[in-house]
Ligand binder design. Sequence first.
Ligand SMILES: *[C@@H]1O[C@H](CO)[C@@H](O)[C@H](O)[C@H]1NC(C)=O
Ligand SMILES: *[C@@H]1O[C@H](CO)[C@@H](O)[C@H](O)[C@H]1NC(C)=O
Ligand SMILES: *[C@@H]1O[C@H](CO)[C@@H](O)[C@H](O)[C@H]1NC(C)=O
Ligand SMILES: *[C@@H]1O[C@H](CO)[C@@H](O)[C@H](O)[C@H]1NC(C)=O
Ligand SMILES: *[C@@H]1O[C@H](CO)[C@@H](O)[C@H](O)[C@H]1NC(C)=O
Ligand SMILES: *[C@@H]1O[C@H](CO)[C@@H](O)[C@H](O)[C@H]1NC(C)=O
Ligand SMILES: *[C@@H]1O[C@H](CO)[C@@H](O)[C@H](O)[C@H]1NC(C)=O
Ligand SMILES: *[C@@H]1O[C@H](CO)[C@@H](O)[C@H](O)[C@H]1NC(C)=O
Length: 452
Amino acid sequence: MVHKGTASRVMAGSRSLLCPARLSLRLLVVYGLIFITITFSFGFKMHMKQYLPVALSVLPALASPTPASQGTATQTTDDDFKVYTISAENITAKFIPYGARLTSLLVPDRSGNLQDVVVGYDDPKEYLHDTETNHTFFGAVVGRYANRIKNGTFEIGTKEYHIPENENGGIDTLHGGTVGYDQRNWTVTASSKSTVTFSLLDSGFEDFPGDVITHATFSVDADRSPENPNGLPRLTTKLVSLALTEKTPIMLANHIYWNLNAFKEETILNDTFLQLPLSQRYVATDGILIPNGTISDVAQSNHGVMDFTSGKLVGQDLQYSEGVCGTGCIGYDNCFIVDRPPAVAAPDSMASVVKMNSSTTGIALEVMTNQQALQIYACNGQNGTIPVKESQVKRNDGGAKYVNKHGCLVIETEGWIDGINNPQWGQLPYQEFSPESEPAVNWATYTFSTIP
Ligand SMILES: *[C@@H]1O[C@H](CO)[C@@H](O)[C@H](O)[C@H]1NC(C)=O
Ligand SMILES: *[C@@H]1O[C@H](CO)[C@@H](O)[C@H](O)[C@H]1NC(C)=O
Ligand SMILES: *[C@@H]1O[C@H](CO)[C@@H](O)[C@H](O)[C@H]1NC(C)=O
Ligand SMILES: *[C@@H]1O[C@H](CO)[C@@H](O)[C@H](O)[C@H]1NC(C)=O
Ligand SMILES: *[C@@H]1O[C@H](CO)[C@@H](O)[C@H](O)[C@H]1NC(C)=O
Ligand SMILES: *[C@@H]1O[C@H](CO)[C@@H](O)[C@H](O)[C@H]1NC(C)=O
Ligand SMILES: *[C@@H]1O[C@H](CO)[C@@H](O)[C@H](O)[C@H]1NC(C)=O
Ligand SMILES: *[C@@H]1O[C@H](CO)[C@@H](O)[C@H](O)[C@H]1NC(C)=O
């Protein structure tokens, strides 16, 4: 099950963190085997409750840095930017440990030519530079708590916590604080031809309560199954986090910037159809995108600008969006609530929440998730200063050379924004976890097809 190459890569990736090396590495490989066997052979969901907490709880002991290596845990190494490529029929994805980040995703367009449908950089080291400058979070896993936290404060029980405020000049927290999971160098704990698992032990980072261990498993497949009857190319992401020592907020998300026209157009406004079939409600926000407590109906929004329930071009109603994405903003940066039909679906079941397609390339994407909401960001803040990957430009005859305003769309499957500060919404069971609770599981699938 674990290939020879896999084992040696596991060893190379984790050597600096593990001690004593031989014993820990053997255990780690065994652990990886158990983890993969459980999640992929028997089905993740069915067995998760029984197996996962046990399996997960073994890892911290394996991954804890020893006192000797602790001081050097943040040093620069090439391993952090090593590219892990996974592939299956008609889908190839590349990742790096820095931010457990998706850097490229190739799928065929309607003519059968491969297109890269995610935004990023060809040179992995550019992601570090990006963090220091534009800080786009391109392709990363964000956490410990994705999206915004009002005032950087929250309560667990009667205790108030205060975490670093890294946005708007220090009045709120975005994506986990000053050094979020996007800047962490995750350890590769398992990999194969079609899967890679990144693990991160968060030992009270950014003043969040207690320790949390996360395994981010990415896999690709094109297997025929009841959920994928046509054997379409598909990316699956499972972000599994366990609170180890204290009750804490946990809300991870993928921060992938999509562009289904692969930059053959200057923006995505005129060629990209977007449907959010289960999102009849969204979380209203103030001028700096902090929830103001009101839950709004998309049908009541100005000219239905927020209504994607039956699908429309992303740009169709853009002109009416002023104010919905913050003061002076035109575009989208909103938390769309996912309401599963109660009669047919459990509140945390996998549901189809996004359908998107590009008339330019013919590439279509369907997103399914177990999460309670979607943050949709239409790249309102991009401004044509970051160059499009050269590898993408080379595939195009014309098109965009820079990542323009509205030149992409971020889809974050996650919980309701700042649900921890709005207990009246009833979202705490999905956002607070403790050593006694189940793990937090953010599960999503991205399935690709083409339209005529
Ligand atoms: C991750 O690695 C990069 C490069 O090796 C380094 O610059 C950065 O500080 C590391 N991140 C953290 C949070 O230690
Ligand atoms: C892969 O994509 C090509 C080009 O679109 C298509 O002809 C082929 O049928 C696909 N393979 C499978 C197994 O679907
Ligand atoms: C953003 O990235 C571009 C391209 O790398 C760079 O020219 C620009 O200086 C960056 N912005 C900031 C604020 O540094
Ligand atoms: C583009 O965005 C970057 C990063 O936010 C900013 O530093 C830069 O000044 C902007 N450039 C223009 C021309 O607006
Ligand atoms: C905002 O955070 C500060 C600590 O920085 C805290 O003293 C204050 O009570 C918080 N305000 C609210 C409204 O939560
Ligand atoms: C999109 O269409 C509108 C109106 O049809 C047009 O004004 C605009 O220039 C187009 N934008 C792009 C990027 O093609
Ligand atoms: C929150 O913002 C929305 C949209 O701007 C507005 O309709 C609503 O009245 C606001 N709610 C509160 C409590 O201020
Ligand atoms: C593209 O997606 C939209 C929204 O889901 C859908 O209405 C439309 O039919 C799709 N286009 C094609 C050609 O399938």
